[in-house]
Design a protein. Structure first.
Length: 151
């Protein structure tokens, strides 16, 4: 088991970014096509990313404008089953807007590269959405393994 850490600077205040992490209609502007969310400790986190790839877990910690933490895994996936790993997203106000740090722990080693590609893709989409722009539909081919990774 290992972890991945990504950082992103978003030209929006933490209050706005936090809303995109906790309000279903805003989350869907960057992460998926449907969501069932109850952003409080013990509440459900379930997002259909593509119309078949469903991430599910439960909220662990929700601190307005500062942090969201939830368990994570994939329905119908024995490698990373629902709730088997943990995602923590921390927000810090800066002169440029918000520094976002996403930490994903508890992933099997063979799942880290794919999750890194996915989180890079989706945090870029979060940056677009949180700054008032519109994302195109999710394109999973953008997350696919590159030829360099498979060699």
């Amino acid at each position: 088991m290992t972890e991945l850490v990504l950082t992103q600077t978003i030209d929006a205040p933490p209050t706005v970014v936090f809303e995109f992490l906790t309000e279903p209609e805003l989350l869907l502007r960057w992460l998926g096509i449907s969501a069932e969310m109850d952003p409080q400790p013990g509440g459900i986190f379930r997002v259909d990313i593509t119309g078949g790839d469903v991430a599910r877990g439960a909220y662990l910690d929700v601190v307005p404008d500062k942090r969201v933490s939830f368990t994570w895994g994939w329905e119908d996936n024995d490698g990373v089953p629902p709730g088997s790993s943990t995602v923590t997203i921390e927000l810090t106000a800066t002169a440029e807007g918000t520094d976002l740090v996403l930490t994903h722990v508890g992933l099997p080693e063979d799942a880290v590269a794919g999750h890194r590609r996915g989180w890079v893709y989706f945090t870029d989409r979060l940056t677009i959405a949180a700054t008032g722009r519109t994302n195109p539909p999710v394109d999973v081919s953008q997350i696919a393994e590159s030829p360099e990774e498979s060699s």
